[in-house]
Design a protein around this ligand. Structure first.
Ligand code: UN1
Length: 518
């Protein structure tokens, strides 16, 4: 199998050496298979990349937006022509089942499709003035040099949500992808630079570990080289990034964790809800930020739902992500280790269902319907935990991995309260055949995204994506909404009267007759 050597690329040139050390990115389904040898950078390298991006940005902003839009069109086409190869690399490097990896690559193409046309819009407004011979306008200006830091669970789709609109709007980019998805990141970067014909320095990629990235970002911000930060990852790190950006009077674009609730009402189609819970809870081994956290079941349907959900989970195929499975391995060893710690939160008051064991799947802790050799990689049993309540860590906190909690409610108000209780607010879902319940839930839930009769995962690439509370600071990605992240409004007023006309003071007033009555 081909093994790549991956190094940072700054100003179009690969960086020699590895000031931050070297790591290996391995296939999580076959740990003995090295996908890439990765040369890591240090904080200074990140600052250098920021300097290069900052220097390149003005000239890129001078390229007419429709021409930048054509670059996005070409990138989208090249990604489409390499769809299978890129998806196969995603599956090899992070273990996402191949059909899902194809969907992930499709999300880049969809994002390019949306933004290629934006190059010919990027509309500003003409606005009437309160005075004659004066005209008002608004323009969208690029923000500048953007640092994008992304996780490896969506190693190409989520980066494209930042990078495509950022470039289209005339910004330059320094991208720090997850180290454990470095080969995929390198392929993405190459497709973008070649497909887009981007001038050197407009899109740079730096591989580095988390603490190094933070230190480099801090230095680059202090030096005035970064104008916007985009971050996808944990709520904990997101809070630190938000704080750092805030010190520089910037608002970061944050896409953080979730404890995404699914409400199953008394009028729900239970089969549909089970299907949604299975995909939302265990797809990508529960490692999406939109993964289902807790099923909040009406007490009248709890037993029926739980029985069917547990049966469906027990029957689902897990294993080799190139086989026909519900999910494959954990993204990387660090996630299976952390998942073990989440499992320790299960208490005696909880009932465990869904598999023949919990934790790592091994020869001694086997799982029926396993595709392949579990010991070759890092695979975990799907775990349903019934009886979770607020105050249980397992209810209150994100448990990134194949774990779904189940609880009950009596009134819809209680369901909404339970849905909001953990304090996240990314995605949510309700299964109901009652329109008033759907709308009451929408209104009450704190989540940025609501699904009705659909799972918590599976956002389309042209609706606003983002969360509230511990899931983010209200920033939104995708569609027209992300333009507000990567542009700043500039207001222009142009007085061609030849005299100083003072706003609010030199304004003509008509004389109304307030006493008139019919
Ligand atoms: C993420 O988990 O970071 O809605 C993004 C979904 C995907 C995107 C998830 N389209 O599940």
């Amino acid at each position: 199998m081909d093994q790549r050597t991956v190094s940072s690329v700054i100003a179009g040139r690969p960086v020699a050496g590895a000031p931050g050390g070297r790591i290996r990115s391995t296939n999580p389904a076959r740990l003995d298979e090295v996908v890439a040898d990765v040369a890591l950078g240090d904080a200074t390298l990140l600052v250098t990349a920021a300097q290069v991006a900052s220097d390149a940005q003005r000239a890129w902003a001078d390229v007419p937006a429709p021409v930048r839009g054509r670059a996005i069109a070409h990138i989208g086409r090249l990604v489409e022509d390499n769809k299978q190869a890129l998806a196969a690399l995603v599956t090899r490097e992070i273990g996402k089942p191949y059909p899902e990896a194809l969907g992930e690559v499709q999300e880049i193409i969809d994002t390019c499709d949306f933004f290629l046309g934006e190059g010919r819009r990027l509309y500003g407004q003409t606005v009437p003035s309160e005075m004659p011979d004066k005209q008002l306008f608004t323009f969208r200006n690029p923000v500048g040099a953007v640092a994008v830091i992304t996780a490896g669970n969506f190693p190409v789709a989520v980066p494209s949500w930042y990078i495509v609109p950022a470039l289209l709007c005339g910004n330059s980019v320094v991208w720090k992808p997850a180290e454990y998805s470095a080969a995929t990141a390198a392929a993405f970067h190459e497709l973008f630079c070649r497909g887009g014909g981007l001038p050197p320095g407009v899109f740079n990629v730096v591989y580095a570990d988390g603490p190094t990235t933070f230190a480099g970002l801090e230095q680059a911000l202090d030096a005035g080289l970064i104008d916007k930060v985009g971050f996808t990852g944990s709520s904990e790190v997101g809070a630190r990034i938000g704080e750092l950006a805030g010190r520089h009077l910037q608002s970061a674009c944050l896409e953080l964790g979730g404890k995404n609730p699914m409400v199953v009402t008394a009028s729900a189609d239970i089969d549909l809800a089970v299907e949604g819970a299975l995909f939302g809870g265990f797809g990508t081994a529960g490692q999406r930020c939109t993964s289902l956290g807790t099923v909040i079941c009406h007490e009248s349907v709890h037993d029926e739902f739980l029985t069917r959900f547990a049966e469906a989970t027990a029957a689902a195929a897990v294993g080799d992500p190139f086989a026909d499975v519900l999910y494959g391995p954990m993204l990387d060893i660090r996630f299976s280790e952390r998942f073990e710690r989440f499992l320790a939160w299960i208490g005696p008051q909880h009932k465990i269902m869904g598999s023949s064991g919990i934790g790592r799947i091994t020869a001694a802790n086997p799982r029926a319907r396993f595709a392949g050799d579990p010991e070759a990689g890092i695979f975990c049993h799907p775990t349903i935990v019934d009886g979770v309540r607020p105050g249980d860590k397992i209810f209150d906190q994100e448990t990134f991995g194949p774990l779904v909690g189940v609880t009950t409610y009596r009134t819809l108000d209680q369901a909404v309260e339970l849905a909001n209780a953990p304090g996240y607010g990314l995605s949510s879902s309700i299964y109901t055949s009652d329109a008033s319940e759907a709308f009451r839930f929408r209104r009450g839930v704190s989540a940025g995204m609501v699904s009705v009769n659909n799972s918590t995962s599976g956002a389309e690439a042209h609706l606003p994506f983002g969360g509230n509370g511990k899931s983010g600071n209200g920033s939104r990605q995708s569609g027209q909404w992300v333009l507000d992240q990567f542009t700043r409004w500039q207001a222009l007023n142009w007085d061609y009267s030849g005299r100083l006309q003072k706003a609010q003071m030199d304004v003509a007033e008509l004389t109304p007759d307030h006493d008139f009555r019919l």
